[in-house]
Design a binder for this molecule. Structure first.
Ligand code: SF4
Ligand code: F3S
Length: 106
């Protein structure tokens, strides 16, 4: 499966959602996740994200391993998103920042 990680938090550019052939992106207030049970590993979404928030689970760095479980957990409770929408306000300012996980809204 592919996984959405920290870079997406407080940005949510949503370029990724329209290319997914199986509609497996789910949307929360300031983050998107991929349902690992639906993702077919087509890789189409990966290059769409302007902040490189999406990676294959096999390519997750050790420090990011926990994002797989987070994607699984949140995709079970957040609704599916299939259409692009405007990025969050100030997304460009947050794009390069680290330590955003504590700002994740559920
Ligand atoms: Fe959807 Fe393909 Fe991305 Fe998986 S890899 S989330 S199936 S676009
Ligand atoms: Fe997030 Fe990147 Fe998609 S910022 S919404 S994973 S295009």
């Amino acid at each position: 499966t592919y996984v959405v990680k920290e870079e997406c938090i407080k940005c949510k550019y949503t370029d990724c959602v329209e290319v997914c052939p199986v509609d497996c992106f789910h949307e929360g207030p300031n983050f998107l996740v991929i349902d690992p049970e639906e993702c077919i590993d087509c890789s189409l979404c990966e290059p769409e994200c302007p902040v490189n928030a999406i990676v294959a689970d096999d390519d997750l760095e050790d420090k990011d391993q926990h994002y797989l479980a987070l994607n699984e957990e949140l995709s079970a409770i957040w609704p599916v998103i299939t259409e692009k929408k405007p990025a969050l306000e100030d997304a460009d300012q947050w794009a390069e920042k680290e330590g955003k996980l504590e700002l994740l809204e559920r």
